[in-house]
Ligand binder design. Structure first.
Ligand code: SF4
Length: 349
């Protein structure tokens, strides 16, 4: 999308205009790894490389990879036999893996390791005869992938409102798991309601809501306490992005909006606003946040302070097929999605 500058007017307000920039924000380790996986697959095997579903839920990332030769498909039966296919960061069910194998596709699994952890929990609890109450959003790819690992034993709990209608076979052999990108507070409320109905409900061995989702929510909570307006950069189908809007509104922001691009910011959002909070979802490149800051600067919001609530240094190894370059030499990115600090960490160092 072309950058159109000086769109926003610098109107006077009571008070000092400023921006509070939440940190952590933007790319998480799982997204970074998945995006690099597609880039490396293109380098090693040449275009086209097929990708099942959006590799991560961000329209800018997807269109950028399409320009480099990635072809995004909904299902493996759209891919020519023998081609390379990358499974997205949100994970796939065993049925999808089998479907790819049946077509002799060369599969590269970019499922985030923290999603794989939930898959393993589902398999283990199903094997131990538990019923699984999976808290997550109906139709989300991650939920479909996790349910596919224990389809006979998993019931989806879409929201707290679902709880009264849940039926189970044995209320004493129940465990809850969750999608990795939910609102922590809403999920805990759902669990509280579930436990009222099923007192012997077992917790997962560790948090399923991932570190990146939690860290971004903590940071925007802090920012929202002081911001009249919060702008969240990210795509509409990005669960963790949409949750950041909810969390901002629940924690003090008078208004909160999601934008894919800076060009979507409306002049009227800024009416009478002194403090604007800015953050971005876990699949958002920092350049899109920078474009928002540039536009806000045009509108007089030049005073930018970063609100840092956590440091992040997690890195994941690339999928094993991609740990070397095309000539078979080890790739410097092979032992971690990113060998450098994230942009907000560099800025705050
Ligand atoms: S948001 Fe969490 S689970 Fe999803 S890719 Fe990032 S680190 Fe992995």
């Amino acid at each position: 999308m072309p950058v159109q500058r000086n769109r926003l007017k610098n109107l006077s307000i009571d008070g000092t205009k400023r921006v509070l920039l939440a940190a952590p924000r933007g790319y998480c380790a799982g997204v970074d790894r998945a995006v690099i996986a597609v880039e490396k697959a293109l380098e090693n095997y040449g275009a086209p490389v097929y990708v099942r579903k959006q590799i991560v839920h961000n329209i800018h990332v997807v269109t950028t990879l399409e320009k480099k030769g990635a072809i995004f498909v909904d299902e493996v039966d759209e891919v020519p036999e023998g081609s390379h296919i990358v499974f997205s960061a949100h994970g796939v069910s065993p049925a999808v893996v089998k479907g790819a194998a049946d077509r002799q596709l060369q599969a590269i699994d970019a499922t985030c390791p923290l999603v794989t952890k939930v898959h393993r929990e589902a398999v283990r609890f199903a094997r131990d005869d538990f019923e699984i109450l999976l808290i997550g959003h109906h139709g989300h790819e991650e939920v479909e992938g996790t349910m596919g690992h224990a389809p006979e034993r998993t019931t989806l709990v879409n929201s707290p409102a679902d709880v009264p209608n849940i039926t189970v076979k044995n209320p004493d052999h129940l465990v809850w798991l969750s999608q990795t990108t939910l609102s922590v507070d809403e999920t805990m409320e759902t669990v509280r309601l579930l436990r009222e109905r099923f007192p012997n409900l077992q917790d997962p061995p560790s948090d399923d809501i991932c570190y990146a989702t939690q860290n971004r929510q903590v940071a925007i909570k802090k920012v929202a306490e002081e911001a009249e307006l919060v702008i969240v950069v990210g795509s509409a189908n990005s669960s963790n992005t949409v949750r950041l809007v909810d969390v901002a509104l629940e924690n003090g922001a008078r208004a909160a909006y999601r934008v894919d691009y800076a060009s979507e910011i409306k002049q009227e959002w800024l009416d009478g606003v002194a403090t604007i909070g800015v953050t971005s979802g876990a699949s958002v490149p920092e350049m899109l946040v920078q474009e928002v800051l540039d536009d806000l600067a045009d509108a007089g919001y030049t005073d930018v302070a970063q609100v840092v609530t956590a440091e992040e240094d997690l890195m994941f190894s690339l999928p094993k097929e991609l740990r070397t370059d095309a000539a078979g030499n080890p790739d410097e990115r092979g032992l971690g999605g990113r060998s450098r600090k994230l942009d907000w960490q560099r800025d705050s160092a």
